[in-house]
Design a protein around this ligand. Structure first.
Ligand code: EPU
Length: 420
């Protein structure tokens, strides 16, 4: 298994291109099941998650054409041959549970493995299932699989929490249903809005995407379209913290402040300078130590849970004490013990981490059990003394394309090696 070696190497300088958004792209790929005509996606990130979901879609009968070294993918679901999403696939990638809505919406039948829990929390799917039942589906759980069937009819659905995955699954299930569906307390994430925009281009009738209430009026069929995957705001935020940790100045190409307003506000409160340029967002460390600031994660437009680990890595070096509260997932501080091994001073109690900034950290062998935790350790390693070896980097390859190349291009000392 590969590892990443990173050495503390002083200030960064240069540009980092930000790829297409992983989480948006995966849901768009699932949505291709809704039409007999091809859905072509451009700006597709080159990630192992995209490859894993492609294999699942192929097992359902979707034909995939690859152009531009995989940066453009055309999904043709004209002839679906199966409605079974096998455990072996779904367990590798939770986003594949989002074939459920499109499959039942298009064919009236879906058998999809339950994804199970994962490192960051239990991650239940009850909102997805009760939503489908409200739309008139018969839903049964058998041997670890969800069996859903029936012709769907519009309904009013109010989520107890604005779940990203459930909003997207129910939106996809309802676009071909008879009548009108109202989704209340819907997720407002840019990923969800982008999925709605693509569905609208395919002929769906959706109002209110990006707000708390969405109205979906069912149509008879969807056509094909070509859609560009939006900028990955989590990759953007990740690279914005790099100069916050290692110092210097980085311009993130394709970055937009509106994708990450709450995060940008906190970065500025900590002392970083953010400028909107013609090409994206530039982040500059003013020198000295950043100021400790408090953060609580929240659904969009709040501070993203997917940037909490990276922000914590930055706060490890700040002056003062910051309190980071994780409100979305119950177990998302796995990076804290590893950062402590590198010399950070962090106390975790339930959903709260208190970080007392230190002047110096030291490289160490570390390991993380999820994507964002892994990248936070690499970021910390860029400012720690000596060498940090981050093991189990397959997590990184799920969500960050060409990470070593992007960071070495701005001056980081980072390489991939055979690891443990
Ligand atoms: N929840 C339930 N029941 C449900 C659905 C969700 O209790 O039926 C709970 C979850 O357990 C969690 C909270 O609601 O505590 C929020 O979960 P949500 O459904 O919004 O998350 P998700 O759709 O499973 C997506 C992203 C995550 C990101 C979250 C929150 C994808 C593939 N994943 O997950 O991304 O953290 O939204 O923004 O879109 C990542 O990229 O590293 C990642 C984990």
């Amino acid at each position: 298994m590969d590892s990443i070696l990173v050495k503390g190497n002083g200030p960064l300088k240069g540009q980092i291109p930000i790829a297409g958004a992983k989480n948006t792209c995966l849901k768009l790929m699932c949505a291709s099941l809704l039409s007999e005509e091809p859905l072509t996606l451009t700006n597709v990130p080159r990630l192992s998650d995209v490859a894993t979901l492609s294999t699942l879609l192929e097992s359902l009968g979707v034909e995939i054409g690859r152009l531009n070294e995989g940066g453009t993918l055309a999904f043709s679901a004209s002839n679906l041959t199966s409605h079974l999403a096998h455990y072996d696939m779904v367990r590798k990638l939770r986003a594949s549970f989002n074939v459920l809505g499109p499959l039942i919406g298009r064919t009236g039948e879906a058998v999809v493995s339950l994804p199970g829990g994962c490192a960051i929390g239990a991650r239940a799917v009850d909102f997805h299932l009760t939503g489908l039942e409200k739309l008139g589906a018969k839903v049964e759980l058998k041997d670890g699989y969800v069996h859903a069937s029936g012709d769907l009819k519009g309904a009013e659905i109010e989520f107890p929490f604005p779940s990203v995955g459930a909003t997207e699954n129910i939106m996809c299930a309802s676009v071909l249903a008879k009548g009108t569906t109202v989704i209340k307390n819907a997720a407002r994430e840019p990923d969800t809005k982008a999925l709605a925009d693509c569905l609208i281009a395919m002929g769906a009738d959706i109002e209110g995407a990006g707000t708390e209430t969405m109205v979906v009026r069912g149509v008879d069929r969807l056509r094909g379209t070509t859609h560009r995957v939006i900028t990955d705001r989590i990759e953007l935020g990740t690279y914005m913290t790099a100069p916050g940790i290692a110092g210097g100045e980085v311009e993130c190409l394709g970055g937009r402040r509106d994708l990450l307003a709450a995060f940008c506000d906190k970065m500025e409160e900590a002392g970083l300078e953010i400028t909107e340029t013609d090409l994206g967002l530039k982040v500059r460390h003013p020198g000295g130590r950043l100021k400790a600031v408090d953060v609580a994660t929240a659904p969009f437009p709040g501070f993203p849970t997917d940037l909490q680990a990276q922000f914590m890595a930055m706060m490890c070096f700040a002056e003062g004490t910051s309190v980071l509260e994780e409100t979305i997932f119950e177990n998302r501080f796995m990076h804290a013990p590893e950062l402590i091994r590198m010399g950070a001073n962090i106390e975790v109690a339930g959903g709260t981490a208190t970080v007392h900034g230190v002047e110096k950290m030291k490289g160490a062998p570390v390991m993380a059990t999820d994507l964002r935790a892994s990248v936070s350790l690499i970021l910390a390693g860029m400012a720690a003394e000596g060498e940090t070896q981050v093991n189990r980097v397959y997590h990184l390859d799920r969500g960050y394309e060409r990470l070593e190349e992007k960071l070495s291009n701005v001056g980081a000392l980072i390489e991939r090696v055979d690891g443990v």
